[in-house]
Design a protein around this ligand. Structure first.
Ligand code: PBG
Length: 329
C-alpha cells in the first residue's frame, strides 16, 4: 500500500452525496429482486401473516393483482409458495403431484392474466405433507431416493403447468440430476433450474413455516438430516459443484444475512448466477428493528440488500421487493 495521508484523504470521496454516489462500488436495483408470494385456495382473500408484517397469503384472484403490480414496477420474477388446505395434506404429500393443484392453477391463471415475469416455483414436498418435511418419511427418516422420484414428478408437473424456473429447495442428494434428465426427456429443455444448493438448517425460516402452516406439523423436529449444518462453508462448495455438474443453471444460498461469507465464497469459486434468499426471519427482524427504533424500514432493508450485492450475489429473494421497487422509483 503506497497511499499516505495527507495525499490520500478518503473523506474526499464522501464530500457530498453526488461524490458518494459516483464512487459507489455497488447498487441495488429493482432488476436484482425476486418477490416471493404466498397463495391459498378461495376467492378475494388477502390473509395477513402475523409474523411477517406487510405480507399476505393471497387467493389466486388477488395474487394476480399483486403480480401485475410487481410487473409494472419492473420486478423481473416472482416466486410462488402454496399454503395448502389441511384436508389436502397427507403423509406422502400426494397433492404435490395433482396436476390441478393450487400451484398449477395459480401458474396458469397468472399466464392467462398477462403476467410476463419469470414464474419461479419451489420443488419440495413440505407444503403438502402432514409431517412438514420436504421428503418422504420412512421409519421416521427422510428417504432420499424415494423422495427423488416424487420430486422429478413434481418438476414435470410444474413444467407442464407453465413454470419458467423450478427451484428445488429440498436438499436431497441427486435431485438436480434426476429433475434435469426428466425435463430433457420431456422436451422441457429451456426450463431454468435454480438450485437451493446451499440451504442451511436454519431457525430463520420460522415465519415462513407459520405462513404455509408447516411448523405446526414439524413440531419440535428439525430438518438437520438434509439441510446443511450451520457451521459449514467448505461443504457449500461441494454442494454447488455437484448441482452444477448435475445441470443446475442458477445457485441459491439461503438464508442470506447470517451467511454472507458463504455467498462470497461461492461467488469467488463459481461463474453461475448466484442468488441470495433474504428469508422470512430476516424480513421480520428488519421490520421489528424499524418499529422499535423508529428508523425508516426502507433504509434498513436497503442496507441489508446491498450487503448481498457486495458479497457477490446477482439477485435476491426479498419479501419487501415490491416496496423496495416503489421506493427506488
Ligand atoms: C421449504 C422452504 C422453506 C423456505 C422456502 N422453501 C422452509 C423450510 O425449509 O422449512 C423458507 C423461506 C423463508 O423462511 O423465507 N422447502
Amino acid at each position: 500500500m503506497h497511499q499516505k495521508f495527507p495525499a490520500t484523504r478518503l473523506r474526499r470521496n464522501r464530500i457530498a452525496s453526488w461524490a458518494i454516489s459516483l464512487s459507489a462500488e455497488h447498487t441495488v436495483t429493482t432488476h436484482d429482486l425476486v418477490l416471493p408470494l404466498f397463495v391459498q385456495d378461495g376467492n378475494n382473500l388477502k390473509t395477513p401473516i402475523q409474523s411477517m408484517p406487510g405480507c399476505y397469503v393471497y387467493s389466486i384472484d388477488q395474487l394476480i393483482i399483486v403480480a401485475l403490480e410487481a410487473q409494472q414496477c419492473g420486478i423481473q420474477a416472482i416466486a410462488l409458495f402454496p399454503k395448502v388446505a389441511q384436508h389436502l395434506k397427507s403423509e406422502s404429500g400426494d397433492e404435490a403431484l395433482n396436476k390441478d393443484n393450487l400451484i398449477c392453477r395459480a401458474i396458469k391463471a397468472m399466464k392467462d392474466a398477462g403476467v410476463m415475469m419469470g414464474i419461479i416455483v419451489d420443488i419440495a414436498l413440505d407444503p403438502y405433507t402432514t409431517h412438514g418435511h420436504d421428503g418422504v418419511l420412512v421409519n421416521d427418516l427422510i428417504d432420499n431416493d424415494k423422495t427423488l422420484d416424487r420430486l422429478a414428478e413434481q418438476a414435470s408437473l410444474l413444467a407442464h403447468a407453465g413454470a419458467d424456473v423450478l427451484a428445488p429447495s429440498d436438499m436431497m442428494d441427486g435431485r438436480i440430476g434426476m429433475i434435469r434428465s426428466r425435463l430433457e426427456s420431456e422436451r422441457h429443455q429451456d426450463i431454468i433450474l435454480l438450485s437451493y444448493a446451499v440451504k442451511y438448517a436454519s431457525k430463520f425460516y420460522g415465519p415462513f413455516r407459520d405462513a404455509i402452516g408447516s411448523q405446526s406439523h414439524l413440531g419440535t423436529k428439525d430438518k438437520t438430516t438434509y439441510q446443511m449444518h450451520i457451521a459449514n462453508s467448505k461443504e457449500a462448495i461441494t454442494e454447488v459443484a455437484l448441482d452444477l455438474q448435475e445441470g443446475a443453471d442458477w445457485i441459491m444460498v439461503k438464508p442470506g444475512m447470517p451467511y454472507l461469507d458463504v455467498i462470497h465464497l461461492i461467488s469467488l469459486n463459481f461463474q453461475a448466477p448466484l442468488f441470495a434468499y433474504q428469508v422470512s426471519g430476516e424480513y421480520s427482524m428488519i421490520h421489528h428493528l424499524a418499529q422499535t427504533t423508529q428508523q425508516p424500514f426502507m433504509d434498513l432493508m436497503y442496507e441489508a440488500l446491498i450487503g448481498f450485492k457486495r458479497a457477490g450475489a446477482q439477485a435476491i429473494f426479498c419479501y419487501a421487493a415490491l416496496e423496495v421497487a416503489k421506493s427506488l422509483g
